[in-house]
Write a new protein. Sequence first.
Length: 356
Amino acid sequence: MWRQREELSDLDADALDILSALWLYQARTPHDDAIADVADLLAMRGLQAKRSGQGRRGGYEPEQRTAMLQAMAHIQNLWLTMTAIEVYEERGTPLGARRRKPTQQAIQSRAFTITDLFGQIRLDGGLDVEKFIFRPGKVFAHFLFGPGRQSAMLSAKALAYDPYRQKWEKRLARYLSYQWRCRAHNGDYLQPFRVATLLDAAGVELDRRDPARTRARLEKALDTLLQDRVIAAWQYDRWEESLVTRHGWAPHWLQATILIESPENIRMSYQRLARYEAPAQSALPAPTSVGERLKRHRKALGLTQLQTAEQLGISPSYLNRLEQGNRGKKPSAMVQQTIDTWLGSHSAPYTSGETP
């Protein structure tokens, strides 16, 4: 689905996110319709309506409304490939024997369909659309209502970013929301991202004349996502800061990796899915396991996984695996001793129902 999204313009992608969020806010079952106001769609995209007064009519410009309705038309024509499956067909041979021949078949679903329009009739007989009723395709509806809900809601946060001045934040928020949904399968949300990958997701290229400008802009975008709670934390994973003082450091920076921690609500929402999607050996940790104790204590202290891993002297990815159950493996004696010392030397506030 992300590959299909890359082919959309920013406006079309915003339209898809807006409709997904609006439908999720209004629908009570996968079979429900929803209603959208064109002015609300423009507001959700971060555009400001003109104020009325001094003989001027307030509201949005006709060109803005037309552009949004054109984006809706594009979404109506969008088919999403939801899954691909292997189908085995039985074919007879000349000797009467039967053999199985696998073929690839895909399931596609319309993104959204607009069923009814409301608005003012113009003098030329056309309709100035003000509101419309819409619904997603059946398969897409079940996806949004189930495993895609949290991904759609987080992706919708990208709408608040200005499409011109905050393009980096908008595209990175959208990209990360889909990455975390994909990584929910293994419960590993702390796999590092290459800098070059993040730039590609933002749709920008390195400024060869002034690479420091590109780096500063990427770090500013990540700081903004952190401030807006789209991400929980970020830090460089594989990068030597001393390289900046050397000539030609930019190619090395492109290959550097960055750890980006997902919000807690993302992990909690996808933890339920992991019970059904992850391999059997990746069972969730028991309430008394080391991973569960670590997670409970970390949250009580208000620490992110990145901060906790730094205090423990282990990699964030390893801490994440511990909290997910570590696929049945126990920490080494040295790591276990470090964890026990950390748990004993950090006092956390007691919550209701706990005994000191």
